[in-house]
Write a protein of this length. Structure first.
Length: 174
């Protein structure tokens, strides 16, 4: 996307209680707007929550950065309880090309179909794509706890540790 994404009025409201209102919102928008179709636009400046999603604050309410971008790029969801689904499975990605609205059951059946719901898998290796491996290592270097990385990527803490140290995915260069 080369042109800036306009922000729909429905996503804007009163000033947020953030110390620097709208700062991370603007960074998320700028990141989304500079997206290229084939590459994930990873929000690496907001610490992900336990589920692995980055959140921004709009009008005093916490909203997933991916949901925010999905609404900006594709309009508000047509139905309540609609997920902003990632085609790339990268929860901190805000590339509008990788986001679409999907019902909760569509989103969950997608995950099962392509094996990305990898919690509890016995084969933690070969579960992350190279971009995710690099992202995990970057986050680890910036101080994110192994247990949070494990939650974000749906892998065991010991696996996250080995990936961060380079014992797993040693072929993936940073
Ligand atoms: Zn992506």
């Amino acid at each position: 996307m080369s042109t800036p994404i306009p922000i729909p009025d429905s996503m804007l409201g009163k000033p947020t209680p953030e110390r620097r209102p709208g700062d991370s919102l603007q960074r998320v928008l700028a990141l989304a707007a500079s997206s290229k179709p084939g590459e994930c636009s990873v929000v690496d400046f907001i610490r992900p929550n336990n589920s692995g999603y980055a959140y921004v604050t709009i009008d005093g309410r916490r909203v997933g950065a991916h949901r925010f971008v999905c609404a900006v790029a594709h309009g508000d969801p047509v139905a309540p309880r609609t997920d902003a689904a990632h085609s790339c499975r990268n929860r901190t990605c805000v590339n509008p090309h990788h986001l679409r609205w999907a019902t909760r059951s569509e989103n969950l059946s997608d995950r099962t179909a392509d094996g990305t719901d990898h919690r509890g898998s016995r084969n933690p290796q070969a579960k992350l794509c190279n971009d995710e491996v690099r992202q995990l290592r970057r986050l680890r270097t910036s101080g994110v706890l192994l247990k949070d990385l494990a939650g974000q990527f749906g892998i065991a803490e010991s696996t996250a540790c080995r990936i961060a140290q380079g014992a797993f995915y040693s072929d993936v260069a940073s």
